[in-house]
Structures are given as structure tokens and as C-alpha cells.
Design a protein around this ligand. Structure first.
Ligand code: GDP
Length: 477
């Protein structure tokens, strides 16, 4: 819930009338008791030289006038799935196997286009798969604020077992609160040992249902295309548990998952519709771009008139190429579209100027006092395996009744870009013990203001974390 114009004026020590006049000058018409648009709030404060921070992202519904459209019209929508796992464990083969066996089966001669996602039919229900496997793409989207995945399929080769990227995939999924279904792949191989893999994964918290846990395991062979039906049924079961809903009757909104500049067609964006129905002729704001949908092309390469929630489609008719991870909304007409697009690109520019402040050890205490944080999210990278456990153990003990340390990821080796993305997406701090970031990670951390701390002795880290919790670290600029 956003604050009203009156509250905003009070907090900034301005007269409400003054604020209303200034907003009018910016083309925003409001009355004193209406909520103030967060973009306008930031811009107005900036123009007066006052720094403000928007606490919770207000939905654009207020600005777009679509508020309340959701009541009572929610219907089930298909789950959206991302496949993750260690290199060579069979992610690509599995994506292809599902695509080929399920789409060719349903539609004679159905040729699939690679548009970034595809939808299959299983038992008269749909499932959408994102075409870029791996936790890197997943967390990169999340770092840009997009949550698109409902279920993760974790591919683990039954002849190889848990590997470093398996652990990363698990931690990235957990940090995003997305449920995991394990696909034990390559069971056609004589060396396959599913039981051993289940044991290893249990040690990481993925305890199989048959052992009294909560995790669904599905033995598959992506190569021989066996076990796929069962896997897909389990995805649908998980979707039922999640009770995924959307309202096809409202104005559409969703996320860009791929984009390009096509010689003949101009800017092309593959979007995933998350709510509402997207139609040809709709006015669309995508990130800072605007357009009118000239045509929609589905994953079968067919032109369609409309796209329902959880389905992907290529959109043609935009005035520029948006970034993957940017959200889109359908607006009433060209005028409000241009207004929203403009306010968005202004917001992007001001965001670049202010750079959304991430958590740092120094200001953690302040945030905690304001009731914002109950957990201090940490990512731990160390130089040798042997030091992981003792460091983790020592830091875990620091927690108080108000706040506790939560390790969202830990691993051996240098700090990489994925670690920084995860920290950004989950508002975490990275602690490096005798390790440094590689150059890409360092650049990204600098740009996104992700806090990385370096240590060589456990004692120093304990001190810092303890002080952060007790509020003894002086804020640094
Ligand atoms: P990715 O890196 O996780 O995308 O893995 P790929 O899909 O590229 O697969 C890596 C290798 O494993 C390829 O040579 C595949 O043919 C092979 N592979 C994938 N799935 C299976 C399977 O179920 N059984 C066997 N025997 N090989 C597989």
C-alpha cells in the first residue's frame, strides 16, 4: 500500500497543496487523499534535492487503473518450469526430449520455433518450459526483479551424482522459494546408481517422499525418452499444490524472456504472459519501450490473436528492444502508454543515479531496527573445503532471538558472477575467506552495490557479523 499525497507531504515537510501543484506540473493529477505514484514521489523529491527511498514496490495497477480487476475471476494457469543441473547432466537433452516427444505427438508436423520458451500438453493440461536452462539465467532474471519460474526440475545424472553446480542450483532455487523436483537422469546407463544420488541429495535437504521427506524424485532417461510422462505428471501435481491462478479477463502483464532486433520484423520480444490475456492491437509498455501489438507468434511459429497466462509468444510492434527480465503491462491507450513508458525510463535513470541500496553489514542493524530484516542472508566462499563447516558453524551461533544468520549459498572457490547475482536477488552479503572475486564479479558487485567482505581469519568475520547485529558498525559512505 502506497502512502497518500498528504502523508507524503507531511513526511517531506511540504504543504500538500504544493505537492499537488508540483505533481500537476509533471502531468500527474491527484487529490490529497489519493496514493502517490512511487515514481512521481521519487522524482518530485529529487527535484527538490531530497533523497527518498521507495520502501515497497507499489504495483503500477494504481497508475494504470486496473486495480480490483482480479476479484473473483481467478482461474488455474499452467506451471512455468526451469530446468537446472550440473553441466553435462542432460539439461538440454531433457528439454529437447520433452519438446519433441510432446509437441510432435500432439500436432502432426508441428514444427517448434526456439523463441525462449515452449508449452506442451500432458493429460489435457499445459506446462511451459523456459528454454534457457541453468541457475545463472534464473537468478539473473530474479536480480532484475522478475519471478517467472514456478517449479524447478533439477537434473542429476545418476552415474555422476551431486556436483558443484548441483549444489548451486539447489541453493539458488531455495533462495527464490521455488520447489524442486529431482529428475534422476541417465538411468539407462549400467553405471547408474540412483540410490546413491538420493542419499547425497538427502544430505542437502532434498529427502525423497519414499524416505519420509517432501521431495519428488523421477528416474528418467532423456536420451531414451523414458520416464518423461511420470516427470510431467509430477510437475502438474506440484502445480496443483501451488494452486497457480491468474485472471484472463484483466489487462495483461508479464515478463520479457528474450529479445532481438530482427532485420525484417524490427524489435522482437518473447514475452511470458503472467496475468490477463495479451491480444493483437493491445497497447503495451515494456520496460522503457512502448508499442502496439502488431502480431503475436507462438512457439509453433503460428500467428495467434491472443495469448493466455503462462504462455509465451513473440511480440512484434515495439518501438525498441527491451531487456530480458523487464516487465510489460498493457495500457488503455497510447497516451497513458507513453506516460507510463516515460515514467519508467525516468525511473530507470533515477535508479541508476540512486542505485537501489543493497544490504551491507554496516546498515544491517538499522534495517533490523526498522523491522525490515529478521535474517542476515550470507553467501560464503572459501578456499578449501575443510574450512566451510567450522566457519558456518561459528557464524551460525551468533544469532539472537530477533535475528539469525541464514546461509543461502556456500562453496569452495573464487567469487563469481552468479554469486553476486544471487546476493543481489536475495539481498545477501558475500563473505570471502582467502578468496577474491573474478573481474566480472568485481565489476558487477561494484555496479549493483553488492557488499563483499574479505577475511583470512574466522575471528574477524565473527566480530563483524556480531557487530552488525548489535549495531556497532558505523555506517560508511
Ligand atoms: P547439459 O550440459 O546439462 O545440457 O547436458 P546435455 O544435455 O548436453 O547432455 C550431456 C551429454 O549427456 C550428452 O552427450 C548427452 O547425449 C548425454 N545424455 C543426456 N541424457 C542422457 C541419458 O539419459 N542417458 C545417456 N546415456 N546419456 C545422456
Amino acid at each position: 500500500e502506497g502512502i497518500s499525497v498528504k502523508e507524503y507531504a507531511d513526511r517531506l515537510g511540504l504543504k500538500a497543496q504544493e505537492v499537488i501543484m508540483k505533481l500537476m506540473g509533471m502531468g500527474v493529477m491527484v487529490t490529497i487523499n489519493q496514493p502517490i505514484d512511487p515514481d512521481a514521489a521519487v522524482l518530485l523529491a529529487e527535484s527538490l534535492g531530497i533523497g527518498v527511498e521507495v520502501q515497497s514496490e507499489e504495483s503500477e495497477d494504481v497508475l494504470l487503473g486496473t486495480e480490483g480487476e482480479d476479484s473473483g475471476q481467478l482461474v488455474s494457469r499452467p506451471p512455468v518450469v526451469t530446468i537446472m543441473g550440473h553441466t553435462d547432466h542432460g539439461k538440454t537433452t531433457l528439454l529437447d526430449a520433452i519438446r519433441k516427444s510432446k509437441i510432435a505427438e500432439a500436432e502432426a508436423g508441428g514444427i517448434t520455433q526456439h523463441i525462449g520458451a515452449y508449452t506442451i500438453m500432458e493429460k489435457d493440461r499445459n506446462i511451459t518450459f523456459l528454454d534457457t536452462p541453468g541457475h545463472e539465467a534464473f537468478t539473473a532474471m530474479r536480480a532484475r526483479g522478475a519471478k517467472v519460474t514456478d517449479v524447478v526440475i533439477l537434473v542429476v545424472a545418476a552415474d555422476d551424482g551431486v556436483m558443484p553446480q548441483t549444489v548451486e542450483a539447489i541453493n539458488h532455487s531455495k533462495a527464490a522459494n521455488v520447489p524442486i523436483i529431482v529428475a534422476l537422469n541417465k538411468v539407462d546407463k549400467p553405471e547408474a546408481n540412483p540410490d546413491r544420488v538420493m542419499q547425497e541429495l538427502s544430505g542437502l535437504g532434498l529427502i525423497p517422499e519414499e524416505w519420509g521427506g517432501q521431495t519428488i524424485y523421477c528416474p528418467v532417461s532423456a536420451k531414451k525418452r523414458t520416464g518423461l510422462d511420470h516427470l510431467l505428471e509430477m510437475v502438474l501435481l506440484q502445480a496443483d499444490v501451488l494452486d497457480l491462478k491468474a485472471n484472463p479477463d484483466r489487462r495483461s502483464q508479464g515478463v520479457v524472456i528474450e529479445s532481438k532486433l530482427d532485420k525484417g520484423r524490427g524489435p522482437v520480444a518473447t514475452v511470458l504472459v503472467q496475468n490477463g490475456t495479451l491480444r493483437v492491437g493491445d497497447f503495451l509498455v515494456v520496460g522503457g519501450n512502448f508499442g502496439r501489438v502488431r502480431s503475436l507468434i507462438n512457439d509453433r511459429g503460428q500467428r495467434v490473436q491472443e495469448v493466455l497466462p503462462s504462455f509465451p509468444a513473440e511480440v512484434i510492434g515495439l518501438d525498441g528492444v527491451p531487456q530480458p527480465g523487464e516487465s510489460f503491462v498493457v495500457v488503455e491507450d497510447e497516451k497513458s502508454g507513453r506516460q507510463v513508458a516515460q515514467s519508467r525510463s525516468l525511473k530507470q535513470r533515477s535508479a541508476q543515479m540512486i542505485r537501489q541500496k543493497k544490504v551491507s553489514l554496516e546498515d544491517f542493524y538499522t534495517q533490523m531496527q526498522e523491522g525490515e530484516t529478521k535474517e542476515l542472508n550470507l553467501i560464503l566462499k572459501v578456499d578449501v573445503q575443510g574450512s566451510l563447516e567450522p566457519i558456518r558453524h561459528a557464524l551460525s551461533k551468533i544469532g539472537t532471538s530477533q535475528v539469525r544468520v541464514r546461509f543461502i549459498h556456500e562453496g569452495v572457490g573464487g567469487i563469481r558472477e552468479t554469486d553476486v547475482l544471487l546476493a543481489q536477488a536475495s539481498n545477501a552479503i558475500i563473505l570471502g575467506f582467502n578468496v577474491r572475486p573474478d573481474s566480472k564479479a568485481a565489476v558487477l558487485a561494484e555496479k549493483e552495490k553488492v557488499d563483499i567482505k574479505f577475511y583470512s581469519v574466522i575471528y574477524d568475520a565473527i566480530e563483524d557479523v556480531r557487530k552488525a547485529m548489535e549495531g556497532l558498525l558505523a555506517p560508511t559512505i
